[in-house]
Ligand binder design. Structure first.
Ligand SMILES: Cc1cc2nc3c(=O)[nH]c(=O)nc-3n(C[C@H](O)[C@H](O)[C@H](O)COP(=O)(O)OP(=O)(O)OC[C@H]3O[C@@H](n4cnc5c(N)ncnc54)[C@H](O)[C@@H]3O)c2cc1C
Ligand code: SF4
Length: 544
């Protein structure tokens, strides 16, 4: 029996970027909104302090999760060491070790803020190339929402520069790009004669004061935390929603969903950290709990009327789990590169984003990681047994010459890449952990052969020594699929407005609904889709 019941026009589960931005839009339009998040409120100063005090070895391994302590009632992933929250199986388990953060603001607290639009062909992969799936809407239909999300987030981009291929735009980016740091500059010059166009990445960080937040000062701390708030993240949407009257309840873990005879959602139930139960009632419900927790909750909340899970009459919930399987390479360049001047991920090679080859093999994104090398340089220099001046010189040399590059791949939706509830592992509230089986498939493997050649060519052109390339696929945290969209309720979970086929008043505002992964970072597309769902919700409300 619930201890209390709260009501609102709209209840949103998940105060990450998707849920918060949607909450802001709905609250601004006069609806009463209740935003529930499983994790706590997080404090920027404390996160900065946690990062400062972290062991250097964790920093050298790019551990971005430890500054955000996981709480027992809402555990999230951490691999340093692996806390076992996300269970991954299958031939490419290494490629699905995703990073997620629970707490108001969600995972974008520690993202890199690369904010790409997908290409029109990404929306019609099946019709254009005969593989994968089409989205339930076109690029043109999403375009205004892309722009709305860019305005909200404050995205800077290469205004005035022609980049091929590019997503067509009706308006310029809200802000112009910032100049490259030394690493991106040198990388661009070196790869040009090899035939690679290295171009600026659109990013949700301020190149001038914008929306009450300061200009980026290029200190390269974006992952795990921008100390000054120049980088956008989900908490800004949550705060704006609150200013428009939305109520936020932190530490509220939604676990059950009540339905009526017409399969409308009537109420949701959440646990507080002491496992007290609470009930929330609304006219419309949204689950915006990211690409892992959304399918997990839908499966967990199975009830008598929906024994296979909420919104799961198609049996597609938890299937088609996608990301961008990556290959990483590191080496010491002949010339000093000085990675870490400016923000992380400023540029990327776009030549392989699209083309007829996609009927056979995956699109590829190749890029230079502008992450400061000093922690890694320090650990390596210490491991060589150096002390005193020699140690100092070696750290300096490796910080200057260290290079990280990567190739990320598009993946096809495959129903066998599947999330289920673990039968063996439960959290402190007794909720099963998510368990994912993952195989990147031959579509990716074919392109990966070429990607390795591209990476090697670049390393050689930079005079690379100590070259190391990951022999396995790496994850990229761009969690898509899991509650895929489509026109046919027998084969998909939501329609083009992210409304679930099974429950007229339940929407899923998350990358889980995306029908194809494309090859670039996916969060801007998730945000745009969420804002578009907002229009459907507002329209519903007009009609009572
Ligand atoms: C290191 C890193 C770098 C990244 N860099 C980029 C990048 O440069 N560009 C890009 O596009 N993407 C990037 N991403 C991915 C990006 O962070 C995610 O795509 C984005 O955060 C997804 O937003 P979301 O709102 O769907 O989910 P989240 O931000 O994960 O928020 C979901 C929220 O739901 C809450 N929740 C979950 N379950 C429940 C429940 N049962 N009850 C109540 N609340 C619940 C969680 O607590 C969480 O706060 C990066 C990710 C990582 C880890
Ligand atoms: S470079 Fe520094 S100021 Fe700019 S977004 Fe990253 S952390 Fe923030």
């Amino acid at each position: 029996m619930a201890q209390d019941t709260q009501t609102a026009d709209v209840v949103i589960v998940g105060a990450g970027i998707c849920g918060s931005m949607l909450a802001h839009k709905l609250a601004r339009n006069g609806l009463s909104v209740l935003l529930l998040d499983a994790g706590p409120h997080r404090d920027r100063d404390q996160i900065v302090e946690n990062w400062r005090n972290m062991p250097p070895n964790n920093k050298s391994l790019y551990d971005y999760a430890t500054p955000y302590p996981s709480v027992p009632w809402a555990p999230h992933t951490n691999y340093f060491p692996d806390n076992g929250y996300l269970i991954v199986k299958g031939p490419d388990a290494s490629a699905y070790r995703q990073g997620i953060i629970k707490g108001v603001g969600g995972t974008t607290w520690h993202w890199a803020a690369s904010s790409w639009r997908y290409l029109p062909n990404d929306f019609r992969l099946k019709s254009t190339y005969g593989v994968g799936r089409d989205y339930a809407m076109s690029y043109d239909e999403l375009e205004p929402y892309y722009y709305a999300a860019e305005l909200e987030m404050g995205v800077k981009g290469p205004n005035g520069q022609e980049i091929i291929p590019s997503a067509p735009r009706k308006n310029p980016w809200p802000m112009d790009s910032m100049p490259y740091g030394p690493g991106d500059r040198l990388f661009t010059e070196i790869v040009k004669p090899l035939g690679y166009d290295n171009t600026p990445v659109p990013q949700a960080r301020n190149s001038r004061p914008y929306d009450g937040r300061p200009q980026c000062c290029g200190n390269n701390n974006c992952m795990p935390i921008c100390p000054i708030g120049a980088m956008y993240h989900g908490v800004y949407g949550a705060w704006k929603a609150e200013r428009h009257g939305a109520r936020i309840i932190a530490n509220a873990v939604v676990y059950a969903i009540e339905t009526d005879a017409k399969n409308n959602i009537v109420a949701m139930n959440y646990y507080d950290p002491d496992k007290g139960t609470h009930r929330v009632v609304a006219r419309t419900f949204v689950i915006a709990a990211n690409g892992i927790e959304t399918p997990k909750l839908l499966l967990l909340a199975a009830n008598d009327r929906n024994p296979n899970g909420i919104a799961n009459s198609s049996d597609q919930v938890g299937r088609n789990m996608m990301d961008h399987p990556g290959i990483g390479m590191s080496f010491q360049a002949a010339e000093p590169v000085w990675a870490g001047g400016g923000s992380v991920q400023m540029s990327s090679i776009t030549n392989f984003r699209d083309g007829a080859f996609r009927s056979e093999r995956a699109a590829i994104q190749i890029g230079y990681n502008n992450t400061a090398q000093n922690s890694r340089a320090g650990m390596k220099a210490l491991s060589l047994g150096l002390v005193g001046k020699k140690l100092d010189e070696e750290i300096r040399r490796r910080s200057a010459h260290g290079v990280d590059i990567y190739a990320n791949h598009e993946i096809l939706p495959n129903p066998e890449n599947r999330l289920v509830l673990s039968k063996d592992h439960r959290d402190a509230l007794g909720i099963p952990h998510p368990e994912v089986t993952y195989d990147v498939g031959d579509y990716v493997r074919k392109s990966a052969v070429l990607s390795r050649q591209h990476l090697m060519k670049i390393a050689q052109a930079m005079g690379g020594t100590e070259i190391e390339m990951t022999p396995y696929f790496t994850p990229n945290n761009h969690i898509t699929g899991g509650a895929i969209m489509g026109h046919d309720p027998k084969d998909s979970v939501v329609d083009q407005w992210l409304r679930t086929h099974d429950h007229p008043n339940l929407f899923l505002a998350t990358g889980a609904t995306m029908a194809a992964s494309g090859t670039v970072n996916s969060t801007l597309t998730m945000a745009a889709l969420s804002l578009r769902a907002g229009d459907a919700i507002l329209e519903d409300m007009k009609h009572g």
